[in-house]
Design a binder for this molecule. Structure first.
Ligand SMILES: [Mn+2]
Length: 327
């Protein structure tokens, strides 16, 4: 029996589906949500895709990216469908508030560590931390039901996988990743897809990055880097945060760097969103405990949390974590 057969039964009984990835959606949340939505629509379902915030700018070429809503329809769905959410709360306040009091069925397809702790919340849950992305879990599900992925679904799933594996580079990249990308890339123009993903940047992005890089702090003999992005900079260069967010991954490519902190200003001078990255290869530092101290979480090599306070205090916390790790 397929490990997804209970899911298939739940889907068969549903007509109206509300579907979401996590807040501050990354490429995997976006790609797996759009792919799953397309599959469900082709199964004859009415699907509303919810996004708590903007999708990553470099995914806006994907079919359906402009149709995701930030407010749910008033009528109840038959099914709540979560992808890439470690906890149901990760879908965002608006989505979770409605879903948590709803009697409709709830399902989750995910790949986060510890997701099974929330199993009681769902009528069906599948989470495999060995899957490189939630998109890989959706691909698996498709395989089990003999699904023929179309062009849009194939691009969306590959977009998700490229996001979570850093373009097939991170240690979570595995045999399944290659099998999946190998198979799905038959369904679209691969070079064009990569160009959309990696060769579609604005000049202003580079102007802002030069400012951010110019003021970054290098600590512990180059083992750690702390940098920040401010609301003023985004305003000045007419950019949204996601356009420069990936700098945190670029900085990790410095040969000495084991740990990176990006501190993004969210509310003027008092709320800061931390993104922490470690190299899976150098040091393999666990980012989760650093994020957990302030109620955050994530993966071993990529975690985050929100910090309330001044920038000096935010920086001091990052600095103290660096000192603790590297002396
Ligand atoms: Mn993911």
């Amino acid at each position: 029996m397929s490990q997804f057969s209970a899911l298939d039964t739940i889907i068969k009984d549903a007509k109206v589906v509300f579907l979401s990835g996590h807040v501050n959606p990354d490429s995997d949340s976006m790609g797996s949500a759009l792919a799953a939505a397309s599959m469900l629509r082709r199964m004859g379902k009415e699907v509303t895709v919810f996004r708590a915030n903007n999708y990553p700018y470099n995914g806006m070429f994907l079919a359906g990216s402009g149709c995701a809503v930030t407010e749910l329809p008033a009528a109840e769905p038959d099914l709540w469908f979560l992808v890439d959410c470690a906890t149901p709360q990760r879908a965002g306040d608006a989505f979770f508030a409605r879903m948590s009091v709803s009697k409709a069925k709830k399902v989750s397809l995910d790949h986060h560590e510890g997701a099974e702790e929330n199993g009681n919340f769902y009528d069906f849950q599948f989470s495999d931390p060995d899957a490189c992305a939630a998109a890989a879990v959706i691909w698996r599900w498709g395989h089990e039901i003999g699904w023929q992925f179309d062009r849009n679904e194939s691009e969306a799933l590959c977009f998700g996988v490229f996001g979570d594996t850093g373009g097939l580079r991170y240690p979570n990249t595995n045999r399944e990743t290659f099998a999946m990308v190998g198979e799905l890339s038959e369904n679209f123009d691969y070079a064009e897809f990569c160009s959309q993903l990696y060769e579609n940047e604005s000049i202003n992005r580079f102007r802002m990055l030069s400012e951010v890089i110019g003021s970054m702090s290098v600590l512990a003999d180059g083992q750690a880097v702390i940098f920040r992005t401010t609301l003023d900079q985004l305003e000045k260069y007419h950019l949204t945060p996601d356009v420069v967010d990936t700098l945190v991954d670029d900085v990790r490519s410095i040969s000495t760097v084991k740990l990176v902190f990006r501190i993004r200003e969210v509310e003027c001078g008092r709320v800061w969103k931390f993104s922490i990255r470690s190299s899976g290869f150098r040091g393999n530092i666990d980012c989760i405990p650093i994020a957990k101290k302030y109620g955050g979480g994530g993966h071993r090599n990529a975690a985050g949390f929100t910090f309330n306070g001044s920038y000096d205090d935010a920086f001091a916390y990052a600095e103290s974590a660096v000192h603790e790790l590297f002396g």
